[in-house]
Design a protein around this ligand. Structure first.
Ligand SMILES: Cc1cc2nc3c(=O)[nH]c(=O)nc-3n(C[C@H](O)[C@H](O)[C@H](O)COP(=O)(O)O)c2cc1C
Length: 246
């Protein structure tokens, strides 16, 4: 007899409510000073943490900056942009390229069923460790790249990550999805955001004492939009430019 499969209940969904969230999310450059309740912020971060992410290795961190002195300093590091200066809270969204090993262990420890399926155990105990390790001086990464180049002549092979730069791209993909969940959640709560990459990373790293493997993906200004908080109507180019059917 085959094993019973896992089933999860799916709630009814209202696409129009989702559309309202997506359509009304704008990058807000002026916030009106309305306090952002902790419960709202916590809920938005909880939803960010539910974003899809590579191998479920959750390479993100959300650094919440709300103490006035640090917020002022952080806004200055964001080049004193209006979005940063007027935000109630600044959330620094950070990617980590070296937490994956610990997260492999945690996945195995916290597997939500009594026994860890063999394929999962094998992945987090062995395969992921080979896949994400680049080794000292990146030597293992170069070895994996050479192996993939040769074996790839005959069969499909993963073509990365093979370098520290690849690992940064790897982490940034997942962390960006977390950032988007976070901003949409704020909107669903009736609050607003502005993602920013205009900041002095060295200063931000120092302020938050970030470890060497961490990098800042974006800083999100959060709050309630001022009446003139959105500077102009939304611009998007024609769909045909971006959507290709094959
Ligand atoms: C990675 C990233 C970095 C951004 N950096 C800044 C920034 O430093 N300052 C700013 O005012 N807006 C910034 N934006 C917001 C974009 O300018 C904005 O998303 C874009 O113009 C589209 O407008 P919309 O978000 O209202 O649809 C950034 C957006 C992203 C995704």
């Amino acid at each position: 007899m085959s094993k019973p499969r896992y089933h999860e209940a799916v709630p009814d969904i209202d696409v129009e409510e989702f559309r309202k969230v997506v359509m009304s999310r704008r990058s807000v450059r002026r916030f009106d000073g309305t306090p952002l309740p902790d419960a709202v912020l916590d809920d938005c971060i909880d939803m960010a943490l539910l974003a899809p992410n590579s191998s479920n290795l959750q390479p993100w961190e959300f650094h919440v900056v709300k103490t006035p002195a640090l917020k002022k300093q952080m806004a200055a590091a964001c080049l004193n942009q209006n979005a940063a200066r007027s935000a109630q809270v600044l959330v620094v969204i950070v990617a980590r390229t070296k937490t994956w090993k610990e997260h492999c262990d945690l996945t195995l420890q916290q597997w939500p069923q009594e026994t860890v399926p063999k394929i999962v155990d094998n992945y987090y105990r062995k395969l992921a460790r080979i896949h994400y390790t680049q080794g000292p001086l990146n030597l293992l990464g170069y070895g994996k790249r050479a192996f993939a180049a040769i074996a790839g002549l005959w069969r499909p092979m993963p073509r990365g990550p093979f370098t520290r730069a690849d690992m940064k791209v790897w982490a940034a993909k997942s962390v960006s999805l977390g950032a988007e969940n976070f901003m949409l959640a704020l909107r669903a709560h009736g609050f607003d955001s502005c993602p920013m990459e205009g900041f002095d990373e060295n200063r931000v790293r120092k302020m938050l004492s970030l470890p060497a493997d961490a990098f800042v993906v974006m800083i999100v200004g959060c709050g309630k939009r001022a009446e003139d908080g959105v500077y102009h109507p939304r611009i998007r180019f024609e769909r045909e430019r971006f959507v290709k059917e094959h």
